[in-house]
Design a protein around this ligand. Structure first.
Ligand code: SF4
Length: 530
């Protein structure tokens, strides 16, 4: 039996699917073969014909095709499913966060959907298909059958996460998209290069928070954890094969929500690994935040990611349903700053129709007053189907249907003056007073001023667009050396060495950083921690 999995993501981004693929290896002795396609491509674009044709070619002979998807890959998953159906006659099953939260719709497109965590469900389903048994009653699935849908019970959440095999990172039977020619090719060990820079893993599953925009369903909120010994064994196994790995990245949703004793044990065990670690899922409102972060820092954590979402308390509480006050967030940010993490990253959201312009201004000003340095992951709000915010927006007439909700990219922003100021705060450590000036009503409601600002924007970024991919000016010679180009480029760039755009940028960058870190940051941190 051949099972093909397709996912629109890089191999480093799909920890869940890699675990699932590993579980199915248990059936290898029963002649079950698994192949995986990691198609890392723009979420908002449908796959071009060449990719669809290659998928059809490689999936020919499959007995089951699984598509793993987040909400952002919904339209593309319909596109792939319809295309594969034309020439391959086998059931197509959808799984992942989107089918879990929006099963009613997904079962209209797929033959089956997996609801919730898929390891045990897929193992049972594939085993049943392979041995010719009936699989209609498989827990955790909905199955389309002769015009009706069999809605099986959910599978209880597995408590013993140690029972799962470690993720499968072998390169056999794996395929990736070569974006240079938009063709699918077998995976090479060099495709795992990114993973050797930072090996992604997870210690816990679940998140006790209830952010209204998040696709974590209430069933998946319960926190469960692997044993620390199991986590360490996984890391050691990977390091044995790839000893040059530079960093370990824990992709947990809410690591700091784990009890203090757990963090203590984790920290002491991780010291043994002797590598830098980063983690997401750091929340300033969790009990003993400072003590936990101190332990993690001492264990070798160098980077953390924390969700803030909005600098306006009303928006955070009433729209995103996040519990933290501004005071708690500034305190949390000050703790991170005082512990001297190398990489601190905050998530913020803009383009929120439930946030007024004045509230967005509040959010931008709040961000500019957080202790530096940090990097900012700014997202454009997307109403993911099935989430509380999606239903609210539908009811309020902000969106009319799913297609409309899913068309926007979270990395492309509305081309507004305030979004541009927000992006500037992302790129430059602008002094809060300057941000106050730029976001004063007289400026943000003044088209003449905005025109002038736009000219500066176009000059700095060589673009009038407003998205996360904007490149800050770089020294041309360095760029050239990085790209290892030849003499022609060297000649053309030598004369561009004193590029004024770059010079202006570097002066602004250095002087703003110097000012913020010397005068603003220490004041904020001292006030928050006293
Ligand atoms: S904290 Fe993160 S994972 Fe948890 S509900 Fe909020 S957005 Fe989702």
């Amino acid at each position: 039996m051949l099972v093909s999995f397709i996912v629109s993501a890089d191999v480093t981004d799909v920890y869940g699917l890699n675990i699932l693929a590993a579980q199915l290896k248990k059936l290898e002795s029963h002649n079950v073969k698994v192949q995986c396609f990691y198609i890392f491509y723009d979420f908002n674009k449908l796959y071009p014909q060449s990719v669809l044709d290659d998928l059809t070619h490689f999936c020919k002979g499959s007995d089951l095709i699984g598509i793993s998807l987040l909400s952002s890959a919904y339209r593309n998953s319909i596109h792939i499913t319809n295309h594969l159906r034309k020439s391959i006659d086998c059931p197509i099953i959808w799984g992942g966060k989107h089918p879990t939260i929006d099963s009613d719709d997904c079962i209209q497109h797929a033959d089956m959907v997996v609801i919730g965590e898929g390891e045990d469900t897929m193992l049972e389903l594939v085993d049943a298909i392979n041995s010719g048994r009936s699989y209609d009653q498989t827990l955790g699935t909905w199955i389309r059958h002769k015009g009706t849908v069999i809605k099986n019970e959910k599978r209880p959440l597995e408590q013993n996460l140690d029972k799962y095999l470690f993720p499968d990172y072998s390169i056999g039977n794996k395929f990736v998209l070569d974006t240079r020619n938009m063709r699918i090719r077998p995976m090479k060990s060099s495709d795992l290069k990114q993973m050797k820079n930072w090996y992604p893993t997870m210690i816990t599953r679940g998140c006790p928070f209830r952010c209204a925009f998040c696709t974590n369903t209430k069933d998946l909120r319960k926190m469960r954890s692997r044993s620390i010994g199991n986590v360490i064994a996984e890391i050691k196994e990977f390091l044995n094969i790839h000893p040059s790995t530079k960093r370990i990245f824990f992709r947990d949703d809410a690591l700091t929500s784990m009890p203090m004793e757990f963090i203590e044990e984790l920290s002491s065990e991780l010291k043994e690994i002797n590598l830098p670690f980063t983690c997401s899922g750091v929340m300033s409102s969790t009990p003993k935040f400072k003590e936990k972060l101190t332990l993690l820092r001492n264990a070798g954590f160098v980077g953390v990611k924390m969700g803030i979402q909005s600098g306006c308390e009303r928006v955070r509480r009433e729209v995103h349903t996040r519990p933290e006050s501004n005071k708690t967030i500034v305190w949390g940010a000050s703790v991170l700053n005082s512990l001297k993490f190398d990489k601190i990253n905050y998530y913020m959201i803009t383009d929120n129709p439930y946030e007024s312009e004045d509230e967005l201004v509040e959010s931008i000003r709040f961000t500019s007053r957080l202790p530096r340095p940090f990097s900012l992951s700014l997202f454009s709000l997307n109403f993911y189907p099935g989430t509380a915010l999606y239903h609210r927006a539908l009811q309020d007439g902000i969106i009319e249907n799913k297609e409309e909700a899913l068309q926007e990219s979270t990395m492309v922003f509305k081309n507004t003056y305030l979004n541009k100021v927000f992006l500037l705060v992302r790129h430059l450590e602008l002094p809060p007073k300057l941000v106050d000036y730029l976001t004063h009503k007289e400026r943000y409601k003044n088209p003449k001023f905005q025109k002038k600002f736009d000219r500066l924007w176009r000059y700095l970024f060589s673009s009038s667009e407003c998205h996360r991919g904007l490149e800050v000016p770089k020294l041309p010679l360095l760029r050239m050396l990085k790209r290892k180009r030849g003499i022609n480029e060297f000649m053309s760039h030598t004369f561009g060495l004193l590029n004024f755009r770059w010079l202006l940028w570097i002066i602004m960058n250095r002087s703003f950083s110097f000012y913020h870190r010397l005068f603003i940051t220490p004041r904020v941190v001292n006030n928050a921690l006293k």
